[in-house]
Design a protein around this ligand. Sequence first.
Ligand code: STX
Length: 328
Amino acid sequence: MTERRTLYPEIDPYDTFVLPVGDGHELYVEVSGNPQGRPVVFVHGGPGSGTSPRQRRVFDPDRYRIVLFDQRMAGRSTPHASTTVDPQVWATNTTGHLVADMEQIREHLGIERWQVFGGSWGSCLALAYAQAHADRVSELVLRGIFTLRTDELAWMYERGHLEHVYPDLWAEFVAPVVPARRHEMQVAYHDLLFDPDPAVHLPAGRAWSGWEARIITVVPDEEGYAKAVEPEQAVAFARIENHFFVHGGFLRQGQLIAGAHLLADIPTVIVQGRLDMCTPARTAFDLAARLPDAEFVVVPDAGHAFSEPGILDALVRATDRFAADRTG
Ligand code: STX
């Protein structure tokens, strides 16, 4: 096997700012790399994970103008999901709002078209954005495809699915929910996560976020798990994910697969781990079947996370190839 590609060296942003996008929400945005480079926006996962400095490093900093932003209520954006359960605030955090936010960021930066790069929930939001604004997307790089169809969510959060692979971790995931409600985990968790009492929402947030952190890599990542269950992050991540999931991502059932034809003219790479236990490969196959011109890479020895060695290799190769393409 040829050597696997890894992240580019650490870089600092050359510009960071806060962008008010309406409804009282303010987003943290940062730009790194080459100001004259090919524009790319990194769409983070969860939803609710926020961005991390590592995400700048999947792009050649000499050839890309790299835009990262924290989606509503995540990371350094405010108000933060860990500090409010006000339904009025949550009502203005939907997929439609996030798509519109991306347009505001693009316009603010004076970018005509940009590459859209997203994994997991980031692939979902990237697909929603690209299907709404195809003319603004120069290329798509998608990993761990997730479209929030009911059965995709049931796979990970309802009984009778992933518990067959991880019975021990599943037992920890269901622990905060009373047995009588374990047939409706997402809804039951909603009540716990949005309870104003930290004695209720904190253990629930850690159990929800910890479950995901332990099933996204093939080899356990203790450092990743420790970060995921840190109280503020765990509660924010769990609340945002749960809010989007109980609402089916604010999408029509199957909307993003049915709309795939809208992307036919966008050069697209789809990277999927065969051993992905979070967003199983079927969704990637469903998407790839509707995008015959896309490059579809199934990595045989990788799980879900962006950091899985085979996934990272394929992603860096994809962004390098698009950076070399002057026609886009
Ligand atoms: N969540 C899928 C998702 O977007 C169900 C996701 N999974 N893990 C992540 O994001 C992080 C690695 C960003 C925590």
